[in-house]
Write a protein that binds this ligand. Sequence first.
Ligand SMILES: Cc1ncc(COP(=O)(O)O)c(C=O)c1O
Length: 355
Amino acid sequence: MSWQNKLRQVEPYVAGEQPKIVNMIKLNTNENPYGPTEKIKEVLQNLNEDKLKLYPNSDGEDLRHALAKYHGLNDKQVFLGNGSDEVLALSFLTFFNGKEPILFPDISYSFYPVYCDLYQMAFEQVPLREDFTIDIKDYQKPNSGIIFPNPNAPTGLLLGLTAIEEVVKNNPNSIVIIDEAYIDFGGETCVPLIKKYDNLVVIQTFSKSRSFAGARLGVALGSEEAISHLYDVKNSFNSYPIDYITQQVALASVLDSQDMKKKCQMIISTRERTKTKLKELGFIVPDSYANFVFVKHPQIDGEELFLALRKVGIIVRHWNKPRIDQYLRITIGTDEQMDRLFAFLENYIHEKSNG
Ligand SMILES: Cc1ncc(COP(=O)(O)O)c(C=O)c1O
């Protein structure tokens, strides 16, 4: 016997790298290329350092209230956590405790199976169709919970509200979590369905559309009952997951949501230009509604292209996994960054086709 026999050994999630390459174009973790708004800069300049000696408001009351108003819910339907990864981790722990497997797509956010392993929960990775779309009929079997991102990650494909409602309606005895990390980039949120279904929980993040990856804020929205259970679990784990500074800047972001929408619109228009350009270069480009595209080139190996891009300081994401090892996920950066990517690809493909 040794202490090693009593370990919980897990294979952790591997986040996209944060390399320290000078002048790199970082298109690998779906961050927002546009910085925080003027209002957030003002808040940062006017922070009260004296507040740092005290614990922050444990439930982020002002922020919860502003978010409730933004989403047309009441304050008790809003849960805040330290990034949506934490909100997801607490949600699995709170909602997914049956004996049947938890269902999620085989190509999806790769943190989900990690949470299942950590908590020793059974799960089933439901294959997407050949074209990476979700067949909602696959989610009509006994389960302890259902989760998928919408738009899906890393494919970027969007499922319509009617299909989502079908899944929620057909599973009244399970919580269905829709991970809307990328919903602000052109999708339609299913938050309005929360009024109709107490088994729907929607998780959103400030990391993408609100340019907030460095501050860490995630949100769960659901029925008062579901959210109160999530708070019970969170309060059995960490009373103060969101620091004073994050609460202040996130509040400013919610109150200045027009700025977020304007920046999302800029990213959407760059994304559409990117899709057109990559198709012209021969790439297969599923129709992304997120701030990234998921693409492959029929004549170029995925890993080879990933490494070639890296060599010139353009960092994208590649997974050595079945079904997707030929694909690259490319975050939408500024127009200038994307132009540099296109120039490289044009050249690379030209040289390759000329032997
Ligand atoms: C689908 C999905 N959900 C959740 C997250 C986690 O985001 P965060 O923890 O930064 O809020 C990500 C991050 O890339 C994601 O792609």
